[in-house]
Every structure is written in C-alpha cells, then in structure tokens.
Ligand binder design. Sequence first.
Ligand code: C2E
Ligand code: MG
Ligand code: MG
Ligand code: MG
Length: 288
Amino acid sequence: RAKEKGRGRFFFYEPLMDEKIERRRQIALAMDGALERNEFELVYQPIFDLAKGRITSCETLLRWNSPQFGSISPAEFIPIAEDNTLIVMIGDWVLRQACRTAAHWPADVTIAVNLSPVQLRAPDLTHAVLAALSASGLPPERLTLEVTESVLLDDVDRSLAALSALNRIHVCTTLDDFGTGYSSLSYLTQFPFQTLKIDRSFVIDLEHNPASVAIVQTIVDLAAKLGMRTVAEGVETPAQLDQLRRTRCDAVQGFLLARPMSAPEVIGLFAEQAAFRSNPGQPALPGA
Ligand code: C2E
Ligand code: MG
Ligand code: MG
Ligand code: MG
C-alpha cells in the first residue's frame, strides 16, 4: 500500500483498515490446524415441505469454536478459508461428516451441504463427493449441494461442467440465495438445478412490501415451469409463512420453524414428527 511504500510506519492513520487486515491474518493463522484440533462442528437446520407438512431435508451449517476468537460466523471465516485454499480440506471434512450424519436419518429425508465456489471448481470434486457417499453409505439422491449465484458468473463453462457431473452421479444441486446476485433469469434455463432457494431478503419483505410478494410469486411460478422446487429461507414470522403458502412455494426454512441444531437434536425431532404422524389432529408444522 501507498503508506508502506513511502515513509513507512504511519499505520495509525488507517487504524480501522489495519485492524481488519490484522484480524483476517490472525483468523487465517488460527484456522490452520483447527480441523485437526476438532474445533469445527456441524449443525443442521430442518427444511419443511409445505404440502407434506413435515421435514424433508436439513441444511448443514458449519460452526467454528476457536479457543482464541470464540465462535466466529461462517460468513466471516469461510471467505478467509477460500483465500488460502483451506476451504478444500474443510469442505471435504464437512461433506464426509454431513453424509455420515444423514445416513442415520429416515430414508425420505435429504441433506443439503453448502459448496464454496473454490470447491465447485476443484478438478476432483466428483471424486470427493463419491468418496464421502461411499464411506457413509448415503445414496447420492439424498445429497444436495448448494451453490450461490456468484459461482455461475465467475466461470460459466467450468461451473456448468461441474454441476452436470454432479447430476450424472445422481447428486442434486440447489441454487442458494437466489435473487441476491447479478445473474439473469435466463441463467436458470442453462444450469441444471433441481432446487431454487429464495433469498431471505425477499422473505423479510413479504409482510409489508407487495412488490416482494409479486417477486416471490414470479420466482415460484418460473421455477415450477422449469421443473425446479422452491425453498424459502429465513422465515421468521407466521405472516411470512402464510404468504409463502399462498405462493405455493414448496418448502420453508427459518427460525420460526426450527433453529440450526446438533445431530442428536435433529434425530429427536424426527422421532417427534413420527409421533405426530401417528397422532393426527396436531399441527405438523411448528408455528403454523
Ligand atoms: P446460507 O447457506 O444462506 O445459510 C443460511 C444462513 O441463514 C445460516 O447462517 C442460517 O443460520 C441463517 N438462518 C436460517 N434461518 C434464519 C432465519 O430465520 N433468520 C435469520 N436471520 N437467519 C437465518 P450461518 O449458519 O451463519 O451461515 C452463513 C453462511 O455461511 C451460509 O449462508 C453459507 O453461505 C455459509 N456456510 C455455512 N456453512 C458452510 C459450509 O459448510 N460450507 C460453505 N462453503 N459455506 C458455508
Ligand atoms: Mg445454503
Ligand atoms: Mg441460503
Ligand atoms: Mg442466505
């Protein structure tokens, strides 16, 4: 930077900038070896199918309990891991662990795993996915990999090839956070996604902004026409859930229905759900 090239030591002129860079550097250092020290943990957030009135999938979310930093949001540490290629090792651990967990779930429940753009473009992705599946015994149809729109823009051909390869081994793909990026609607017809996840920003607005209702309705209808399922993320209020039912969105995920939880807690929820089904008359969806 200019200051370092010049007289040197006047870092105090940009304390905020330097603090940010320093924190990033410290986090990168602390992340090195965190996997071996068992500092990472996975939680799972249930996804509810609205027509079936039950959990049909859970999204895997990574947690890092750092002795130095406490718990850091994946939104902060994953971009840092992407910068120094640690993401490939961490991502592989997530994939294996998630498949192992889901292999113990009911056969009609799938698991969603977030994939970094770096992982999607890694040449051995298919190999890594197949290895995780065969080690766990999870059928490929029960795994869905979530990628965000930014992936599609970066390198269209490579992304398309990677997504098609996943579909060929019968693994499903989800377009995550739809509506936040810059991709045009026409991308949807080019990429082979089975599911489209509507971003939380539209869901937040549903109650008070009629334009958001129109946008969500349009996304749901378009997805249906293209043969894709829709999931709405970040559902926090009964009014939002109500609106989403009216749009005929397929599934919902959010704090209103369930928080991200540990693997044993998810199993507990499946057991409760099975009890509901043999005891009709009770509302199947929490908050409904
Ligand atoms: P995402 O894939 O869009 O995941 C959904 C995020 O929304 C999660 O945040 C979840 O806890 C949060 N969420 C769920 N329901 C609600 C709600 O009702 N209200 C609000 N305000 N938030 C809700 P989290 O766990 O902090 O993860 C943030 C992001 O980090 C994820 O966004 C995903 O992009 C990334 N991420 C998480 N785990 C992994 C992973 O294993 N690998 C990769 N590559 N990325 C991951
Ligand atoms: Mg996701
Ligand atoms: Mg999302
Ligand atoms: Mg999101």
